[in-house]
Design a protein around this ligand. Structure first.
Ligand code: NCD
Length: 354
């Protein structure tokens, strides 16, 4: 089924042909994401990028993707800056915004809020994270990244062994990722989390029903053995009831270079949806991995732009016009710019008052 005009609410709405189509368009748009070419199929179109929870890469990459297709982006951040702080319903807000723009990207702290919002609009709404539940576009760029990394070794996603570590209860990116992994053959997922942060049963059951082999590992070391991808996640501090609960949960699983090199498959890559928690008490990715060539985390974030461009082009039904709209980019870009050559910098966290 065509993606034109559809809401993007959860990863389970996609079938394999949707993914193949999104990734083919993303491949085509890579030179635009890398700033060697431009396209303008969305000239005149307007995006409302509504973020009611903190975000850096998701918000900016959605905005950059829309702008690089030639469209205009209106950003709103924080519930307090909207009329919902005056008691307006999600439905009314959605209906109002739909009168002004062509597509809405929404991040909300409430599970299910994006669906409710979508009911108030005729225009496409894209879920950029609804509380602890889902983050379907992150899962798309994660699968695109796995496909990319494995293609360098001549493989596809079929036969993948992925180990997912950390906060599997509140981590919405991994819930969506589990749904997409069902679309590939012979996938094994190993889950590593402490008891209170285990993957919700319904997500595990759906994955199993879809043919994924899901193993819950007793130990970190055992779970890393022979993995092709290690997908680390941040402990979701903002979802815990008390700071003490969060303190008890953080810092349990830390990937280090020796562990990674000793246990994972020789071509394994490390992924993380980011932000990683670089405070010493957490630090799920050790500093000794920072310059590791198989740390794919920034290739992963870079992929957010072509994947989200592809999604906009398809949801707004203009992908057929992309080839005729391609032009060379004419502005300065650093010679070293590219997906695999960004300098790696220290990971000291920013200090700010909480
Ligand atoms: C994630 C999120 O917001 O769910 N970040 C992202 O969008 N890339 C993961 C996180 O916050 O830990």
């Amino acid at each position: 089924m065509s993606l034109a005009g559809r809401h993007i609410l959860q990863a389970s709405q996609f079938d394999r042909s949707d993914l193949d189509q999104i990734f083919a368009v993303a491949d085509q748009l890579r030179p635009v994401a890398l700033r060697t070419e431009t396209v303008d199929v969305l000239r005149g179109a307007v995006l409302a990028n509504l973020f009611f929870e903190p975000s850096t890469r998701t918000r900016v990459s959605f905005g950059a993707a829309f702008a690089r297709l030639g469209g205009t982006v209106l950003d709103t951040t924080g519930l307090q800056s909207t009329s919902m702080a005056k008691g307006e319903s999600l439905y009314d807000t959605a209906r109002v915004v739909a009168g002004y723009v062509d597509v809405i990207v929404l991040r909300s702290p409430e599970a299910g809020a994006v669906e409710e919002f979508a009911r108030g609009t005729q225009i496409p709404v894209i879920n950029a994270g609804d509380g602890p539940r889902e983050h379907p576009t992150q899962a798309l760029l994660d699968v695109y990244t796995i496909r990319d990394e494995r293609r360098r070794n001549g493989r596809d996603l079929d036969g993948l062994r992925i180990t997912i570590v950390g906060d599997l209860k509140y981590g919405r990116t991994v819930h969506s990722l589990m749904h997409l992994l069902r679309l590939y053959r012979d996938v094994q997922v190993t889950l590593i989390a402490e008891d209170s942060l285990r993957m919700p049963d319904e997500v595990v059951q759906q994955a199993r029903a879809g043919g994924v082999r899901v193993v819950e590992s007793a130990t970190f070391e055992e779970g890393l053995r022979d993995a092709d991808v290690v997908y680390m996640t941040r402990i979701q501090e903002e979802r815990f009831k008390t700071p003490a609960d969060f303190s008890r949960a953080r810092g349990k699983y830390r990937l280090t270079r020796p562990l990674f090199e000793r246990l994972c498959s020789p071509s394994a890559v490390i992924m993380h949806p980011l932000p990683r928690d670089s405070r010493v008490e957490s630090r799920e990715l050790d500093d000794d991995l920072t310059t590791h060539p198989r740390l794919a985390i920034f290739r992963q974030t870079d992929n957010g732009v072509p994947v989200r461009m592809a999604l906009f082009a398809l949801v707004l039904g203009c992908e057929a016009h992309l080839p005729e709209s391609r032009r060379p980019a004419r502005w300065y870009r650093p010679a070293a710019f590219g997906p695999h050559d960004a300098p790696m910098l220290p990971t000291e966290p920013m200090r700010f008052e909480r």
